[in-house]
Design a protein around this ligand. Structure first.
Ligand SMILES: [Zn+2]
Length: 268
């Protein structure tokens, strides 16, 4: 039997789950995904994530942070509010934070300002960081290096980079989150080789639902919405790429996530 899984990246506060959130969670639990980290990407979604954690603290942890897409809406005067959220026991990590130079919904200047601010708050509050990076690797590494010695760890969430980027992340001591991107035979091909190079004690798994529906699911859900119940599918793909038993990858990634996000050890 495959050990229980932890989905470390689930946007459960997203409005696409408003009409059936309880069912989505029930289906995930029935599929063996017994613990979930609910992503905060704005102050508002962070508050919603924390409310969800309060509904079942053994099941959930939240991240508290500002996604780079939303950096321009975040004034420095909001920092005390984010700091208070980060200090709450429901919050397992700061983020998601980082740089997204692919979409550029916020200017690079705003993204870098809000990334630095969150790294400082993470260092101050003792929370590890949940990191997002797309097309901004070199700037991301340069900024992160300034704060890493003072941080309680970090995970490169939804890693989709190349070999050099993976090496940099591992050299920086980061853990690596792998999503269903690896199930995409077109743009995820390189990840199938790279995933073997991630030490098992640094690997975590995530759906990033409702985004990133695994491309090779059969049959495909009619609504195209990703859900945490598909995490075992991602796990099996990763295990096959690594040439390891799914149960071993499940046990390791669960232990890593429980430790990293500070889940109560006996709940689930
Ligand atoms: Zn992300």
């Amino acid at each position: 039997m495959t050990p229980a899984l932890v989905d470390i990246g689930l946007n459960l506060a997203h409005d696409s789950f408003d009409h059936d959130r309880d069912d989505v969670v029930a289906h995930a639990v029935a599929a063996g995904v017994t613990r979930m980290v609910i992503t905060g990407s704005t102050l508002e979604s962070t508050r919603a994530a924390i409310e969800l954690v309060r509904s079942n603290p053994g099941r959930y942890r939240a991240t508290a942070g500002i996604h780079p897409h939303h950096a321009r809406e975040f004034a420095d005067t909001h920092a005390p509010e984010l700091r208070e959220l980060l200090l709450l026991p429901e919050v397992g990590a700061a983020g998601e934070c980082g740089l997204d130079y692919f979409r550029n919904f916020s200017s690079h200047e705003d993204q870098e300002r809000v990334f630095r601010l969150q790294l400082q708050l993470a260092a101050d509050t003792g929370k590890p960081v949940f990191l997002h990076q797309r097309d901004g690797h070199d700037a991301f590494v340069a900024i992160l290096r300034d704060y890493l010695p003072r941080l309680a760890g970090g995970v490169a969430h939804c890693f989709t980079g190349d070999e050099r980027e993976l090496r940099d992340c591992l050299d920086l001591g980061l853990s690596i989150g792998i999503t269903g991107w690896i199930c995409d035979e077109r743009r995820g091909q390189h990840l199938r080789d790279l995933v073997r190079r991630i030490p098992l004690d640094r690997l975590m798994i995530e759906t990033d639902a409702p985004y990133l529906l695994p491309r090779d699911l059969h049959p495909k859900p009619a609504h195209r919405r990703n859900e945490p119940k598909f995490l075992p599918h991602i796990l099996r793909t990763i295990a096959a790429c690594r040439g390891e038993p799914p149960a071993a990858v499940a046990a390791a990634t669960t232990a890593n996530a429980v430790r990293f996000f500070g889940f109560p050890a006996d709940a689930a």
